[in-house]
Write a protein that binds this ligand. Structure first.
Ligand SMILES: [Zn+2]
Length: 306
C-alpha cells in the first residue's frame, strides 16, 4: 500500500504526540512518587523524633509521674565554666557554653518528667571539678551526669563516656543508655570506658567523689563540623535523648514496672521506624526504576525530525 505524503506526515505527527503523551505521563508518575517519598520521609522523621523515647504523654501512660510529682533527684553538671572554658574549635566556640546550653535544656526535660534537678552551675561560672560530685552527694542525687564535648586533632566523631574506675554496672547502664539514645538522635556511638582515656585506674575529677551511678558524657566532638551541626541543629532532640535515657535508667533502677512498659513501647516504636524505613527504601527503588524509564523515554522522545 502506498501512503501519500500527507498520510505519512499525519502518522509521524500522531507518533510524536503519542511519545509526548507518554513522556508527560512518566513525568507525572515521577512527581507522584517524589511526593509520596517526601510524605514518607516526613512520617519517618516524625516517628523517630517523637517516638523511641516517648513523648511526655507516653511517659505518663508508662507509669511515670505527672509534673509536680517528685520521682527522684538527678544531678546535671554542665562541664567546665568561667575561666575553665574546656575545649574550643579554634574559632571562639567553647565547650563550657555548649555544655551549659545542653545542660539547661536537659534540666527542663527532666523536670517535665517529674524529676527534681540539681545543677552544678546554671551560668558561666567556675566550679571546682571534684566539688561537683560532692554537691551531688550532698543533694542526695540518685544519678549524676556530667555533660562535656570532646576534642581530637585526628578527626574523631560521636559520643563516648567515662564512668568511675570501679566500673559499677549501674554507672555503665546509665552511660550506655545515654550513648544509645544520643545514637538514635544521630550521633555516632563510640564507647563507655571506666576510668580516664589514658588510665582505667584513674578517675576524672567529676566521677571521683560521686556516691551514685555517674557518667561523664562527651556529646560529640567540638573539633568536628558534623558533630557541631548535630549539636546545634538538634539541640532539643539531643536534650530529650539525654533526659529520656536518664528517665529510662531511673525506671530500670527504681521503677521496674514502668521500665517494662517503657521497654515495650520503645520496641514498638523501633518496629514502626523499621517499617517506615523499609517503605522509604521501596519508594526509592520504585523512583529509580521510573526515573530510568523516564530517561529512556526522554531519549526516545527526542525526535530527529523535531
Ligand atoms: Zn570537658
Amino acid at each position: 500500500m502506498q501512503l501519500s505524503d500527507a498520510e505519512i506526515r499525519e502518522i509521524l505527527i500522531r507518533r510524536k504526540r503519542e511519545k509526548k503523551r507518554r513522556l508527560r505521563q512518566r513525568r507525572r508518575r515521577t512527581l507522584i512518587i517524589l511526593l509520596l517519598l517526601i510524605v514518607l520521609i516526613f512520617v519517618l522523621v516524625k516517628v523517630i523524633g517523637h517516638g523511641g523515647k516517648g513523648s511526655g504523654k507516653d511517659k505518663k501512660s508508662a507509669g511515670a509521674a505527672a509534673s509536680g510529682e517528685n520521682r527522684g533527684i538527678i544531678f546535671i553538671d554542665p562541664g567546665h565554666g568561667g575561666m575553665d572554658s574546656g575545649s574550643d574549635d579554634g574559632n571562639e566556640r567553647y565547650e563550657k557554653d555548649d555544655t551549659l546550653k545542653l545542660g539547661l535544656a536537659v534540666r527542663d526535660k527532666l523536670e517535665a518528667l517529674g524529676f527534681t534537678v540539681v545543677m552544678s552551675r546554671t551560668e558561666d561560672e567556675l566550679v571546682d571539678r571534684t566539688e561537683r560530685g560532692k554537691m551531688a552527694n550532698k543533694a542526695g542525687a540518685q544519678l549524676f551526669v556530667s555533660i562535656h564535648r570532646n576534642q581530637s586533632d585526628s578527626g574523631g566523631q560521636g559520643v563516648e563516656g567515662f564512668i568511675p574506675k570501679e566500673d559499677d554496672k549501674n554507672s555503665r547502664l546509665l552511660g550506655e543508655n545515654i550513648m544509645h539514645f544520643l545514637g538514635k538522635a544521630g550521633f555516632a556511638e563510640r564507647t563507655i570506658r571506666a576510668g580516664t582515656l589514658g588510665d582505667p585506674n584513674d578517675d576524672y575529677e567529676e566521677n571521683a567523689a560521686t556516691e551514685m551511678p555517674s557518667v561523664l558524657i562527651e556529646v560529640g566532638f567540638l573539633s568536628s563540623d558534623d558533630d557541631n551541626y548535630r549539636f546545634d541543629n538538634n539541640l532539643d532532640q539531643n536534650a530529650k535523648a539525654i533526659a529520656d535515657a536518664i528517665n529510662y535508667t531511673f525506671m530500670l533502677l527504681h521503677e521496674p514496672d514502668a521500665a517494662a512498659e517503657y521497654s515495650k513501647m520503645m520496641s514498638q516504636t523501633d518496629e514502626a521506624c523499621n517499617t517506615a524505613l523499609t517503605a522509604t527504601g521501596e519508594a526509592l527503588s520504585g523512583l529509580n526504576a521510573i526515573q530510568s524509564r523516564a530517561a529512556d523515554g526522554t531519549i526516545e522522545g527526542i525526535d530527529p525530525e523535531a
